[in-house]
Design a protein around this ligand. Structure first.
Ligand SMILES: [Zn+2]
Length: 72
């Protein structure tokens, strides 16, 4: 899989942190399975990882481990 960001790197399986603003909080989901560009470091999440992220974001509101919520 070629990286669409830098268009020169190739991606290999690894772990990445997903972070995003969700609702009124900044959510970080750690150690998510991803394809990571060996050139620029861009992480790509497949549908399975995306589902996992969504589950973790929901759980974040219930104070479950592996997720940090920073209220802004
Ligand atoms: Zn790249």
């Amino acid at each position: 899989m070629m990286c669409v960001i830098c268009k020169t790197g190739s991606c290999s399986a690894g772990k990445a942190n997903f972070s995003s603003f969700v609702k009124d909080a900044f959510v970080v989901v750690k150690h998510v399975d991803a394809m990571i560009c060996d050139n620029c470091g861009e992480a790509y999440f497949d549908s399975k990882a995306t589902t996992y992220i969504q589950e973790q974001v929901e759980l974040a509101y219930k104070n479950t481990a592996d997720v940090e919520v920073m209220k802004v």
